[in-house]
Design a protein around this ligand. Structure first.
Ligand SMILES: Nc1nc2c(c(=O)[nH]1)N[C@H]1C(S)=C(S)[C@@H](COP(=O)(O)OP(=O)(O)OC[C@H]3O[C@@H](n4cnc5c(N)ncnc54)[C@H](O)[C@@H]3O)O[C@H]1N2
Ligand code: MOO
Length: 392
């Protein structure tokens, strides 16, 4: 049996999907999406030289004063004249520097008596002190956001400051999630002989920070006919199934998908946990058939579903971020599959859980990272460097 390497599986999944269509949306609807095009500045910021402090706008060459107060400049209410020799203008943070002024004396270092301002401290150390020059942050036409960058809070604020009230993004990704298995009952039920369905809850939570609309297809039974009929009605960009992916007599997801018209591109990856994962196309939807074991579903969704959503959403950088840390305890040699071990960071060192069974949700819930072990990695000793994928 040939198992596909993880990187190849990811590339093949990416090549199945097509980018979601572009749309222009208001800034407050764009959080967490990716810019569909480069976003240039429509204005210069600051648009003029501004004061960075509350104090007095002066000519640096007039130091050490005293100065004659000739007016005021507040944010939104600039001084209308020009500053002459020996003159000062009362100025506030964010206000336009009057023409002729080239430094700001902070009010903590000044004493004002009527219209006379005297120096009480050291005063500004150089021309331009406490002044934000025009264009300090950005200038008109400069690219603020590159295509494919995620629209974080800071980047959306930058777009607003750059003169935009809408941004070009890609449409939200519709993700249909189906659990399969006659043993499953909805969360909250504790029927004897049945198992609470936990993968739907987990997967929905796992993508909640991404720009997705989740369609919950609920629990589908182990019946090829009923699975097929449910799959025929799917209207989504991505169909995620869990369970029924292995080789047992009741593992009917693959035949039901094929009967519904899907093309399965691959089945089985050199990955632990997550080996029996499949991927393909059902009409316009990319299908990810994840294994039923909860930890296997979690790992495959982390490695393939989240990056696929990002890819279809127009992200330029989709690989999950990994870090290198010291190993806290020895690890044995790895087998032929890439292994993602549930682990905890203890004083910055990664310690793998003693039992790595792919059904154990409590071990997963207690983990704060996965230790990545490449196929056939030799034994590793405490203190050796290992790659980890942090869990949030
Ligand atoms: N003879 C073989 N048996 C198995 C193989 C194999 O290669 N040969 N692979 C094993 C591996 S690895 C995995 S992973 C599992 C995956 O099997 P399935 O995808 O067919 O999953 P199920 O059998 O349907 O379920 C496995 C396990 O998970 C529970 N489950 C299923 N769905 C949910 C859900 N939505 N929420 C909570 N728990 C769920 C299910 O009850 C089973 O206990 O196959 C191995 N077998
Ligand atoms: O791949 Mo299974 O996911 O090892 O338990």
């Amino acid at each position: 049996m040939t198992l596909l390497p993880v990187e190849e599986a990811r590339d093949r999944i990416f090549s199945l999907g097509t980018l979601a269509a572009c749309e222009e949306v208001p800034l407050h609807q764009a959080a967490g999406r990716w810019a569909a095009k480069a976003i240039p500045a429509r204005r210069t910021q600051p648009a003029a030289d501004l004061s960075a402090m509350d104090g007095y706008a002066i000519r640096f060459s007039d130091l050490p004063g005293p100065w004659r107060l000739v007016g005021e400049s507040a944010a939104g209410h600039p001084f209308s004249g020009t500053l002459g020799e020996g003159e000062a203008v009362r100025i506030f943070t964010g206000a336009t520097m009057p023409p002729g002024a080239d430094a700001v004396l902070v009010q903590e270092e000044a004493d004002r008596d009527g219209t006379v301002v005297a120096l009480t401290g050291e005063g500004p150390a150089h021309v331009g002190r406490n002044v934000r020059p025009c264009g300090l942050d950005f200038r008109t036409e400069e690219i603020l956001i590159a295509a494919g960058e995620r629209l974080t809070a800071a980047r959306l604020a930058l777009c607003a400051m750059g003169g935009h009230d809408t941004v070009p993004v890609r449409r939200r990704i519709r993700v249909a999630i189906a659990a399969t298995g006659d043993e499953l009952v909805p969360p909250g039920r504790t029927d004897a002989g049945k198992l609470p369905e936990s993968n739907g809850t987990m997967l929905t939570a796992l993508v909640h920070d991404l720009p997705v609309d989740v369609v919950d297809l609920g629990i589908l039974p182990d019946s090829q006919e009923l699975l097929e009929s449910a799959f025929r009605q799917v209207d989504a960009d991505i169909l995620v199934t869990t369970g029924g992916a292995s080789v047992g007599d009741h593992d009917l997801v693959r035949p039901a998908l094929e009967a519904a018209g899907a093309n399965i591109d691959f089945w089985r990856i050199a990955l632990r946990p997550g080996k029996p994962m499949m991927a393909g196309m059902l009409r316009d939807a990319v299908v990810l058939g994840l294994p039923g074991n909860p930890v296997s579903a979690f790992v495959t969704a982390t490695l393939f579903l989240r990056p696929l959503i990002a890819k279809l959403g127009g992200a330029s950088d989709v690989a999950p971020a990994t870090f290198t840390v010291p190993l806290g305890e020895d690890l044995p040699a790895n087998g032929p599959r890439t292994d993602y071990l549930r682990a905890k960071l203890v004083d910055g060192a990664a310690c793998a859980a003693a039992i790595q069974d792919s059904s154990m949700l409590r071990t997963l819930a207690r983990a704060d990272c996965l230790i990545l072990r490449t196929p056939h990695a030799p034994p590793a000793a405490a203190g050796d460097s290992v790659e980890i994928l942090p869990l949030t």
